[in-house]
Each structure stands twice: as C-alpha cells, then as structure tokens.
Design a protein. Structure first.
Lengths: 273, 488
C-alpha cells in the first residue's frame, strides 16, 4: 500500500513536471463534424501537448472517437462526413487543401479498436509502412526497423522465432501490440489510439497499458477509452466529452480527484454513462 | 377419367380432410389438458397423409405402367432377324404407339369395324389429322389396339387405387386426432422431407444428365477407341449417308479442345483486367450514387442473351476487325471475319459483368478495418488496394475467375456464330478455330438416329466438357471456401 502511494505520488510529480515543459503538438479549434445531416461534434477546442498521453473519455456516442479520427483525417474515408473549425499539427492547418493527407497520416499514426493485422506475415505487417514510405534503403535497414519497432512494442521476444508466420495467428493482445509496432515503424510524431484495449483480456490490457506508458517518452499519444481506470492509469491529461461537446479538460490527477464540472464527477463516479 | 381429374379429387379429399381434422381437434379440446398442437396443425396433418401418398402413387404408377405396357407390346411384336435389332424394334415401337394414338381419335363405330390392313387404316387416320409414316405393317394394328386397351385398364386401376389411398389416408389421419397428438411435430417432419426432396432433385438431375451422356459415350467408344478420341489431332467425322456405315472418319479431340481453351483464354485476357478494374473502381472509389447507377447497368449486360452477342460478333466486330486488318496491311485482311480474336473479344465483353460482379462482392467483403489500418499508416488508396485489399481478396478473386473461365469454356452461341467451324490446330489468333460446343451443335443438328459415331461423338464431347467445367468449378469452390475461413 505504502509502495503504491509512493509510486502514484512519484507519477503525479513526473506528470506535473512534464506538463510544465511540454509544448502544444496538436490543437483543435471549434471543431465541428457532421455525418450527413447529423452533427456529431459541436465546436470542440482541445490542445494536445507533446510527449504526453491525452485520454478522451465520455459515454458512448459522445464524439470522442469522431474527434480522434479527425486528428489524422480518417473521417475523410467516411462518406458524407463534413468537418468545420481548425485542427493544427505543429501550427499547420491539417485541413488546408495543400496538405498531403497521406503524409499527414504518416506523421499521425493510428491504432484501432479491434486489432487489424493485415493477412501477411508478422514481418510484412511491420514492414508495410516503411516499404510504402521508402524508409529503408535495403533489406538490412528494413530488418532493423522491424526489429526496433517490435522491441518498442515489447513484442519482439515473443515473436522473434516466427517473424514469417501469419500475423493473424497471434493472440488478441499480441495482435494489438503488432498493430502498435506497425504504427511505430513509420516513425510517427503522434499516435492515435481508439479504445485499443476494448477487445483484449485484462492481462493483455495491462501489457498494452505498460507499453503506452513507455511510448510516452518518444511519442505524443491520444487515446480514447471507455475505462476510467485506464484513463487514470495511463494518461497525464484527460478530456471529458458529452453529447458532442467537450465538458472539461485538465490534468488527469485533478480530473479524477477534483473535477470542476458536475457531469464529469457523475461520469467518473459511475452515475451515468 | 383423366389423371388431372384424379388429382383434383385427391386434393379435394385432402381439403375436406383438413377442415374435418381441424374441426375434430377443436371439438376434442375440452380445456382439461393443454392441447399439444394448434387445430390447424391437425388439419394439415390429415391433408398431408391423404394427399401425399396418393400423389406419389399416381406418379409411380404412371411411370411403372408405361414401362409395363411397352414391354408387353415389344413381346407381342414378331421377332426379326435383322442386323440391328434394337434400332428396328424401337422404330416399330414408335410406329405402334403412333397408331395407338391415332386409334384413340376414332369414333366407337369406326373402331368397331377397323380395317385390318395398314394401307386402309392410313387414310382413315390422316383424315383425323394423324399423319403416319409409310413403313407401317398390318401386324401392328392388333398390337396397337391391345396397347390402347391395356393403357385404359392401367389408368382406371390407378385412379381407383389413388382415390382409395386418399380416403384411407384421411380416415387414418382423422382417427389419430387427439388432444395430445403431436400433429405439429409430424407436419414439421414432412416439411423437412419436402425441403430435402427439393434439394435432392437438382443433384439427381445432374446425376441423370451424366448417366444419359455416359451410356451414349460408352456406345461411342465401342466404335472409336478412347485414345484416338482423346489424343487424336485430326477432326474429320465424315458424315456418311444415313444407313451406310462405310466411312469411319477421325474424331480427334485435341483441335477442338485447343480451340476452346484458346478462345476462352483470349476472352479472359480481355475480360479479367476490364472486369477487375471495374470492380475495384466500384468497390473502392465510386461514391454511393455512382455505384447505385453503374452496378445495375453492368449487371444488365449479364442478362443479354448470348445469341445477341453472337450477332454482334458476326455483323459488327468480325467485319470491323477484318477491314481494320485490311487497312493496316494495305489490302490483304490478315484477320478473318470469323476468328479466335473475334469470338474471344465478344465473349470477353460478355464475361465482364461476371468478373466485375463476383469480384466486387469479394472485394467488398474484405473487412473495412484492413483498409483503415493501411490508410492510417499513410498509404494512398491505390497502395491500399494493391498491397492489402487485393492480396486479401486474391483467393476469392481466383475462385471467381475460375467460375468465369468455366463459363467461357461452356459458352456456345457466340462461338457458333463468331469462331468458325474449321477444326484447325494453330496458334494464329487471327484464324478461325472451332470449339467443343460448336462441334456438338454441328453433330446434333439434322435428322439423325443416335446410332452412328458421327452423332454419338457429341455425347463424348459433352461429357468431356462437363468434366472440364466440373473440375474447374470444384477447384473454384474449394478456393473460395478456403478464403472465407480466413476472416472467421
């Protein structure tokens, strides 16, 4: 117990320190999203600080996934989706017509709710991104990238003997870490995670959470989650969404101990959602 | 009594049984015990037990008595010592049944003093609108009269038995109606058997088709050795005059098989890229509104009768290619109007909707999450299609292409009109070649008995074609199934 408090205290101190140094990586200003006639987001303004984990929480259908998907323009692939407002990456408007969407998505990678490895070998799954972006000059470099990415996703030791077997043959948790490795292999600056643990069992979830905490050293992470505990465990900042609006945003520690909004408090304590 | 009337009576008994059964179930239900089945299930059960056995009996009886009467007639025909007993016997039997049908049209009075010679009978029958060939013999008349008598007798017996069966079934069903009778389960079981029968019919028909071709093919192979058929390189069946059996001819399958595969290959070379690209556009790029217009339009192409494509090849594509080649070479047309190329291109056009429709379904079935995963890594749409969607869909697409190829191989009308009839063995796509299907049509058109190798070869060809396409379809289904397992 003593140890736990000490550790969480340490975490809080770390978090606070990093919050002070970190600059804004991505910024949303008055973001609105329409799916056809239906409006899903009503003017959301949210800053994503660099090299931190920002958690988006809120009940189902509150627009948190929609906001996440507009950060790397994945919403473009949905027919009838219109986006208003402004989203910037390093102060550059990502909805500027001059922006190359493909390049943007290489900088802002994404991990999905359900593990979705390609029906290829483990190696080919990770090598996919580097190959299309020409990140490796030769086979040797490619192998290096793959190994490094798998190591960062703490999967390498589990799969090093079967790199050329199908990625779909891994367990659910391994598949999700493979998808994270695949995203890392492109060297993105931001990684978006859409409920990455919702299809995983508690042990696999613990591994992925541990991984997210490590990845914070190098990457800016935005994670959508349904689990309050998960938000509390892995994030330094938390944004609470409700009915397409941003209710409240702040340091995770503060959000969970002393939320200013009543709706946040009700949601966190499980009174609705 | 006509069979139609018998069936109507049987069904009427069944309907009455239905109402009586329902009535009885209602009256027996005194609410002291919970009834097992709703009243209408009792009604249906009575209907089924009275109608089904009777109908089945009528069918079996009709087939069985037909055979019996024919055997009887054959036995009463005088024995011949002709060379081909089977052929003359079947001819005589045909004559007898013709006369018997004619006798049916006569009035009772005319039938009472029937002429005893065929030459007298013939004008009498033709005045009734029954035309007979001249080869009739006097001895056939009594056989025909006997034929008619036994037919009528068999018919009457059948009708009586069927009606008795229906009544017995109704009584049996009605006597079984009780509060706790499981009529619902009984009806369920009959429905199961009915569905099973429906699915068996298709399979049995296929077996029947194969068997009917198989026996003719075996007869064919008695006069031509299998090796000279399967490995012969010359197709020259040499039609001889009917009856004469001097000229034998050569029946080499190879030129026909080569032509079939060559034309199918040209067609696939044309249809696969176009169809596949159309499918990719439709599945990956087209907006919903474009898709809702273009997809049905493409599928309309699949509904055009192939003979229309044949015309198109014959009057438009063929002459166009010939004139084009003449213009290119400056006078001499090196593409013939009827050629492998013409048939292949037009057949390719016919196959486009098949390729695109099947591939579209398969591409759409690739999970969206795979596309999202690839796009989320920063790849373009076409990279996603090439590197993720198509490899994932490949086994299914290969299966679809095999199904299409077996269509191309079995296609008849286009090649009949556009490919030519010369059984050449060459590799020049601008020349005419012919296919298995064209030759089947050629060998079977005309008024011929199925007893010479010239006509029987059509069955051997048909069976060969059947096995080629069957093998391809089985292979295609195997691949498609394997592909399906991937996402389970």
């Amino acid at each position: 117990m003593n140890l736990m408090t000490e550790r969480s205290l340490e975490k809080a101190v770390n978090d606070k320190m990093s919050a002070q140094v970190n600059t804004i990586k991505m910024q949303g200003k008055d973001v609105t999203v329409h799916y056809g006639e239906k409006q899903a987001l009503f003017g959301v303004s949210l800053d994503v600080p660099e090299k931190m984990v920002t958690a988006l929480i809120g009940p189902s259908g509150c627009g948190k996934s929609t906001f996440l998907r507009s950060l790397n323009r994945m919403n473009d692939t949905i027919e009838g989706c219109k986006i208003g407002g402004k989203i910037t990456l390093d102060d550059e408007d990502i909805y500027n017509p001059k922006i190359d969407v493909v390049e943007l998505r290489a900088r802002v990678g994404m991990v999905f709710q359900k593990p979705n490895p390609f029906p290829k070998s483990i190696f080919e799954n990770v090598a996919y991104g580097p190959r299309i972006h020409g990140l490796a000059k030769n086979r040797h470099e490619l192998e290096e990238i793959v190994e490094k990415s798998l190591r960062r996703a703490s999967l390498f030791d589990e799969v090093k003997d079967r790199l050329h077997e199908a990625g779909t043959g891994l367990s659910g948790g391994q598949q999700q870490r493979l998808c994270i490795a695949r995203a890392i292999a492109v060297s993105p600056e931001v990684i978006l995670m859409d409920e990455p643990c919702s299809a995983l069992d508690p042990i696999a979830t613990a591994k992925v959470e541990e991984l997210i905490d490590e990845l914070r050293q190098n990457y800016t992470i935005v994670i959508v989650t349904h689990s309050m505990q998960q938000a509390a465990r892995v994030s330094q900042r938390t944004a609470m969404f409700h009915l397409g609006n941003l209710v409240e945003v702040g340091d995770t520690e503060m959000m969970f101990t002393n939320p200013t909004e009543k709706r946040t408090q009700d949601y966190i304590t499980g009174r609705f959602g | 009594m006509s069979s139609m009337l018998v069936i109507v009576i049987v069904v009427a008994i069944g309907i009455v049984g239905f109402f009586l059964g329902r009535q009885r179930a209602v009256s027996k239900d005194d609410r002291s015990v919970k009834a097992h089945s709703l009243p209408h299930y009792h009604g249906w059960w009575v209907f089924l037990v009275s109608v089904l056995p009777a109908i089945i009996f009528i069918m079996v009886w009709a087939i069985g008595s037909g055979f019996y009467i024919e055997r009887q007639a054959v036995n009463s025909l005088p024995v011949h010592n002709s060379e081909s007993v089977i052929a003359s016997q079947s001819l005589e039997l045909g004559m007898v049944s013709g006369i018997a049908r004619g006798l049916d049209k006569l009035t009772d009075q005319e039938r009472a003093n029937l002429p005893t010679t065929f030459s007298e009978l013939r004008p009498l029958l033709s005045s009734k609108g029954v035309a007979l060939a001249t080869e009739g013999q006097d001895f056939m008349i009594p056989v025909a009269v006997q034929w008619n008598k036994s037919t009528a007798r068999a018919h009457n017996i059948g009708a009586v038995v069927a009606i008795v069966l229906a009544l017995a079934g109704a009584v049996f069903g009605l006597s079984g109606v009780n509060v706790r009778t499981r009529a619902r389960n009984n009806v369920e079981r009959i429905i199961l058997w009915g569905l099973l029968a429906a699915s068996t019919i298709a399979i049995l028909t296929t077996v029947g088709i194969v068997l009917s071709m198989l026996f003719q093919t075996i007869t064919f192979f008695q006069s031509v050795t299998p090796s000279s058929f399967f490995f012969g390189t010359v197709w020259d069946p040499r039609f001889s005059a009917a009856g004469g059996n001097g000229a034998q001819g050569q029946f080499g399958l190879i030129p026909l098989l080569a032509g079939t595969l060559y034309i199918a290959l040209v067609a696939m070379l044309f249809a696969v890229p176009v169809g596949l690209f159309a499918a990719i556009y439709m599945a990956e790029y087209a907006s919903r509104s474009v898709r809702s217009v273009v997809k049905p339009l493409l599928e309309v192409l699949a509904g055009i009768p192939t003979i229309v494509y044949g015309f198109f090849a014959l009057v438009t594509v063929g002459p166009f290619l010939r004139d084009l080649s003449a213009a290119i070479s400056g006078g001499y047309p090196f593409i013939m109007a009827q050629s492998v190329l013409t048939a292949g291109i037009v057949m390719g056009v016919m196959l486009i909707p098949f390729v695109s429709s099947l591939s579209d379904d398969i591409i759409t079935a690739v999970p969206r999450s795979l596309r999202d995963g690839s796009l989320g890594l920063g790849s373009t749409k076409s990279e996603t299609v090439r590197r993720v969607v198509l490899p994932a869909a490949l086994p299914g697409i290969v299966g679809a292409l095999l199904l299409t190829a077996s269509r191309a191989i079995g296609e008849t009308m286009i090649v009949v009109l556009a490919a030519g009839v010369a059984a050449n063995l060459n590799i020049n796509p601008f020349d005419a070649m012919t296919t298995i299907t064209v030759k089947i049509v050629n060998q079977l058109t005309g008024d011929l008995e199925f007893n010479s190798p010239q006509t029987l070869v059509a069955f051997a060809l048909g069976l060969t074609l059947f096995f080629i396409t069957l093998a391809m379809n089985i292979f295609a289904l195997y691949i498609v199934r394997k592909y399906r397992e991937q996402y389970e």
